[in-house]
Design a protein around this ligand. Structure first.
Ligand SMILES: [Fe+2]
Ligand SMILES: [Fe+2]
Length: 269
């Protein structure tokens, strides 16, 4: 590994987003079913925005970065159709938390997502800047906006997209998916296991053979050969923009729906 990529990886690992306590707090707090719905609405919309490649792989090609284009295209293809499985897992977890069938049809992605939005409206709707149409917080919209940049094809935006992609895949593989496994499975709160068909989303993404492992490797490979004196600045900027905006989303969800800042002792009291 070159010193330049090592520096960038360390910068991402040291960002507070990488070790944000939101999932630990979820496991400690045992949120009620409707709060879980609100959390999943924001998370689901954020995740959905990170999947499409937009013009990003084509821009890499056009700008002569063919190897990077292929590596990014592989990630985009492996993310297709993950939406229905995420909705299924959310509905399943809410059913288990409620101990009744709030979501009787786990295949009905639209019905589950509608209900998640209603939960979000109820619990987060009075936050400043909350958008009633999408049910998104300001912070979720900011995190999503980082991926709107994938429509742009200029060199500076493409470098920034590369940095955001690296940070996204490292966060997915090392923080988000392990965090979901911690609060949804390991916590024991929902008697859920990775073997259940309803939890296939997590199985598919988690661990050594999970999709995120491959995504992270692709992103590291792609960025390694791209880091030059010219590119290091926009690539780093893109990584920071992603990490800062996602940390902002975790902060507001943690503060509004979980118990940001509570220690174990205070929870036990
Ligand atoms: Fe996915
Ligand atoms: Fe990924």
């Amino acid at each position: 590994m070159t010193p330049a990529i090592q520096n960038l990886i360390s910068r991402i690992q040291n960002h507070r987003c990488y070790s944000h306590p939101i999932f630990m707090h979820w496991a400690q707090v045992d949120p009620e079913p409707e709060v879980i719905g609100a959390l999943f609405h924001q998370i689901q919309n954020f995740c959905a925005a990170t999947r499409p490649g937009g013009n990003f792989p084509a821009a890499l090609d056009l700008l002569g970065m063919n190897q990077q284009s292929g590596l990014m295209q592989e990630i985009v293809e492996s993310e297709q159709d993950h939406g229905p499985e995420l909705a299924m897992m959310a509905g399943h977890i809410i059913n288990r938390a409620a101990q009744r069938q709030i979501h009787p049809d786990l295949q009905d992605q639209a019905a589950i997502e509608k209900s998640l939005k209603e939960c979000s409206d109820r619990f987060l709707g009075s936050l400043p800047g909350y958008d009633p149409a999408s049910g998104l917080t300001v912070q979720a919209r900011a995190a999503i906006a980082v991926f709107d940049r994938r429509q742009r094809t200029d060199l500076d935006s493409t470098f920034r997209n590369m940095g955001s992609a690296l940070a996204l895949e490292m966060i997915s593989n090392r923080h988000l998916i392990p965090g979901e496994k911690l609060c949804l499975v390991d916590s024991g709160l929902y008697r859920a296991s990775l073997d259940e068909p309803e939890m296939h989303y997590l199985l598919e993404h988690w661990g050594e053979i999970g999709a995120e492992q491959m995504h992270e490797k692709n992103a590291v490979d792609a960025v390694t050969h791209l880091l030059t004196e010219e590119s290091v600045r926009p690539i780093t900027q893109g990584a920071d923009e992603f990490l800062d905006s996602l940390a902002g989303l975790w902060d507001v969800l943690d503060a509004s729906l979980l118990r940001s800042g509570y220690t174990d002792d205070r929870l036990a009291a």
